[in-house]
Design a protein around this ligand. Structure first.
Ligand code: ATP
Ligand code: MG
Length: 590
């Protein structure tokens, strides 16, 4: 674990400053913890915590993680790593209806893939909030005992009305001053399944006139006859998120509980709850503290698990790992690398005010990561045949010319790729024009270009189909211009085009992905985001690619020269059927 002295210098932010101040003042000292969460009594038996700080990433296992979660993962795991701490992976599974084991596994997978680990010094720091249901229950009983909580039997409707508004204080519930013993008995009955859902809740007893609505006797427990994916039917009362989360943090000895800005108004309750439970002897001081940062809003994508689930469930995309989705699984299949996502997280930083990040920032991070790494290859995505009419004279009938190209132009040590040039090659339809616009330096009757890594050629014309489209382009080789041969550079041309040989080129399916939505903020103001779906977000083309791609492994990225970065599809690509996904173009296309 790097200590602060050896940690790589990263731009400071308010969280780093807070942590550094806490470490300097000794505010975090005296915490007992050895990997097993517990209350004050249990933790007192553990040694002093060796981690200098503890953070946590606390997803609810109700969907696949998205790029917003990636920001939180990079932040929490990154801070822990930088300051000699540990970050916990905690499944916040207190809401039985929507949660599932499938999501637990997908989340583990995503965090690991991003390059982070919750095992530290041989201790796994993976936790489930549902493992704390007993302790939470005891905490609730202790609050009732101390006159700090009560069972309220008002109807949901009355409770809502009596809560008041921002300008009017709330009205005390008629059950607010009932004896503790009475509330305890009722609370036991709730647990025993003797009351209907919605008939009563446990509430904190704070202040119905508080200007902060979250302190107007917030609900702590509700009745839900729902099967939980881990605890089964053991419980029919479940803690509210706002009650459960601070307790989870305290039991795990979290020092810095970092959440998004929506929770700022919950912080007074977070502190109220933990301070009272510490006074009651249930929790050990020093207590965790909550800090808020701005969530990631990324243009032209949705960052809500619920809305992403709708896209998947209604079949607007092909699954959680559809390459058009901003899920980590989708980004991965699209060709994003863990390093690119970490770079993105670093570039956007953390702040305390909400803002929008343009999608091009994410794409820029991917290009910057792949450029020095990805092997180059040629591909023709919109093919039209080109015939070299003087091939037999210049090269010889039936002969092919071997061509060489570097795997990476800036890393000659990585070696060469080779392919064959013959009388027939595939070129891009857009590289030929009968009537070239001004400044068009590619093929047109009379125009000269270099076939990259091959000869300079001069266009002599083209044949058309009945519908006017080009059927075949004709050209002649300009002698003595083969790349890599002496004097090849003597003939100057303004254009260089990419191509694939008809003799050794391989057929490939290429999936050209574009943004899923045509609007920058598809769900702004509650808008129906389905109306903003981009009908052209996926275009599948039959392409030709150079033979070096025969050995492309699924999940490996390439730069197709002049086109952008492409990845061999992790699901569908195989030697007998090449399938590539476009990850990102070479430059920002918008
Ligand atoms: P969703 O609405 O998509 O389900 P959530 O916040 O409810 O998001 P959780 O599983 O509760 O999802 O989130 C786990 C963690 O990820 C939380 O700590 C939350 O703050 C963080 N997180 C979620 N979305 C974003 C985002 N867009 N930007 C930054 N952090 C996020
Ligand atoms: Mg949530």
């Amino acid at each position: 674990m790097p200590t602060p002295e050896t940690a790589p210098s990263k731009p400071s932010n308010f969280l780093r400053q807070t942590i550094e101040a806490d470490l300097a003042s000794g505010a975090l000292e005296g915490r007992h913890f050895a990997g097993t969460p517990g209350d004050a009594q249990q933790l007192a038996l553990a040694p002093l915590d060796r981690a200098r700080i503890r953070t946590r990433f606390p997803p609810e296992p109700n969907g696949y993680l998205h790029i917003g979660h990636a920001k939180s993962i990079c932040l929490n795991f990154g801070l822990a790593a930088d300051y000699g701490g540990v970050c916990h992976l905690r499944f916040d599974d207190t809401n039985p209806e929507k949660e599932d084991q499938e999501y637990v596994e997908a989340i583990r997978d995503a965090v690991r893939w991003l390059g982070f680990d919750w095992v530290s010094d041989g201790v796994s720091h993976e936790y489930f909030a549902s493992d704390y249901f007993d302790l939470m229950w005891r905490a609730a009983c202790a609050l009732i005992d101390a006159g700090l909580a009560y069972v309220d039997e008002q109807s949901a409707e009355d409770m809502r009305r009596n809560r008041g508004t921002l300008t009017e204080p709330g009205v005390d519930s008629p059950w607010r001053d009932r004896p503790a013993a009475d509330s305890l008995r009722r609370f036991e009955e709730m647990r025993a399944g003797r009351h209907a859902e919605g008939s009563m809740v446990l509430r904190a007893r704070i202040d119905m006139a508080s200007p902060n609505l979250n302190l107007r006797d917030p609900a702590l427990y509700r009745i839900r006859f729902a099967r939980h994916h881990r605890t089964g039917d053991t419980w029919c009362v479940y803690p509210m998120y706002t009650f459960a989360h601070p307790i989870e943090d305290a039991l795990e000895r979290i020092t810095h509980s970092i959440c998004t800005l929506e929770f700022e108004d919950q912080r007074p309750f977070y502190d109220w709850l933990l301070q009272h439970l510490a006074q009651l002897g249930l929790l050990e001081a020093p207590l965790p503290r909550q800090y808020e940062f701005a969530r990631l809003n990324l243009s032209s994508v949705l960052t809500s698990k619920r809305k992403l689930a709708q896209l998947v469930d209604e079949g607007h995309v092909a699954g959680w790992d559809d390459p058009r989705l901003p899920t980590i699984a989708g980004l991965r299949r699209r060709g994003y690398t863990p390093a690119a996502i970490r770079l993105f997280a670093e570039r956007i930083g953390v702040s305390k005010s909400d803002s929008w990040i343009d999608y091009s920032v994410l794409e820029g991070a991917l290009r910057d990561d792949l450029d020095p790494l990805a092997a180059r290859a040629m591909a023709v995505l919109d093919p039209v045949p080109l015939h070299l009419s003087n091939w037999d004279e210049i090269v010889g009938a039936g002969r092919l010319e071997a061509c060489q190209a570097p795997l990476h132009p800036h890393a000659p040590e990585r070696g060469q790729r080779s392919f064959q040039l013959g009388p027939r090659v595939w070129i891009e339809r857009g590289d030929f024009a009968f009537d070239p616009p001004k400044g068009f330096f590619r093929l047109y009757p009379g125009g000269r270009v270099r076939l990259k890594y091959g000869y300079v050629i001069e266009c002599t014309g083209a044949e058309r189909n009945a519908d006017g489209s080009v059927r075949e382009v004709h050209a002649r080789i300009v002698p003595d211009t083969k790349s890599g041969t002496p004097g090849a550079a003597a003939v100057k041309v303004k254009g260089v085009i990419t191509w694939v040989g008809a003799d050794d080129g391989l057929a490939a399916e290429v999936r050209l992905y574009d943004r899923l939505f045509v609007k920058d903020q598809p769900d702004a103001g509650g808008a129906d985001f389905l109306q903003a779906l981009n009908p052209h977000s996926l275009r599948v083309v039959q392409a030709w690619v150079e033979p070096s791609l025969a050995s492309a492994e699924p999940g490996v990225s390439f730069q197709f020269e002049r086109h952008g970065y492409f990845v061999a599809d992790a699901r569908d690509h195989r030697a007998a059927r090449l399938v590539f996904n476009r990850s990102v173009g070479l430059r920002d296309g918008r």
